[in-house]
Design a protein around this ligand. Structure first.
Ligand SMILES: CC(C)(COP(=O)(O)OP(=O)(O)OC[C@H]1O[C@@H](n2cnc3c(N)ncnc32)[C@H](O)[C@@H]1OP(=O)(O)O)[C@@H](O)C(=O)NCCC(=O)NCCS
Length: 178
């Protein structure tokens, strides 16, 4: 048995692929969220809705047939140039092989939003590193402000800080598709 968080040889040999989520992926996404022990786990219904109605602004990663990660997001109705990333998760079996970074890069290239927002709790170093890396690769700034505190989320929930990345340009995406 492999150590928690490690990549087994079988998993390591498989190529990572990404695609827009299907409704059939919702259960896997819910299982990955629950296994993370970090994320707020929503009802399966919420993941199914994300897959049905927000697949254009979401992405899943697979190793073989198995869903090992996802990013869910939406364009903010009041600011349609802004992609709000709701959750990012990669199963422990597949971490550390740039699955999350690849999903974010591909999603940003596909959606072509000018700004990206997400919220992160102060103790989530992995998530802060993930989004800092995205801002660097896009040559974009990143601002942090407090969005939801305990008065909104409940005293037992850490404050969620809003990270706003942008403006992002898509010149390198254009060059790649030309
Ligand atoms: C955060 C998470 C999605 C990262 O997934 P991953 O596929 O292992 O990340 P990647 O391999 O793509 O690494 C992306 C960057 O994050 C950094 N990183 C990843 N895990 C890290 C950790 N535990 N501590 C510090 N940095 C970390 C990598 O070094 C890399 O940085 P770089 O771009 O500067 O080289 C994964 O750890 C996870 O699912 N965590 C639980 C859920 C969660 O916290 N989600 C985010 C909040 S919504």
């Amino acid at each position: 048995m492999s150590a928690p968080g490690s990549v087994t040889p079988e998993v390591d040999a498989q190529a990572l692929t990404t695609s827009t989520p299907l409704v059939a992926d919702a259960v896997s996404m819910w299982e990955i969220a629950a296994a993370s022990r970090v994320l707020d786990v929503k009802p399966r219904y919420a993941y199914a809705l994300m897959c049905r109605d927000f697949s254009a602004t979401s992405i899943v990663a697979r190793l073989g047939d198995r869903v090992v990660g996802y990013v869910t997001g939406y364009l903010r109705p009041d600011a349609p140039d802004t992609l709000f990333v709701w959750q990012v998760a990669v199963h422990a079996d597949a971490r550390g092989r740039r699955a999350a970074a690849t999903m974010l890069d591909e999603l940003v290239s596909r959606v072509r939003a000018t700004f990206l927002e997400t919220t992160i709790t102060a103790d989530n170093d992995a998530s802060i590193a993930l989004f800092s890396g995205l801002a660097q690769r896009r040559g974009a700034g990143m601002e942090r402000t407090e969005l939801f505190d305990g008065a909104v989320l409940g005293a037992d929930h850490d404050p969620e800080f809003l990270y706003r990345i942008g403006p992002m340009t898509h010149a390198s995406d254009d060059a790649r598709t030309r």
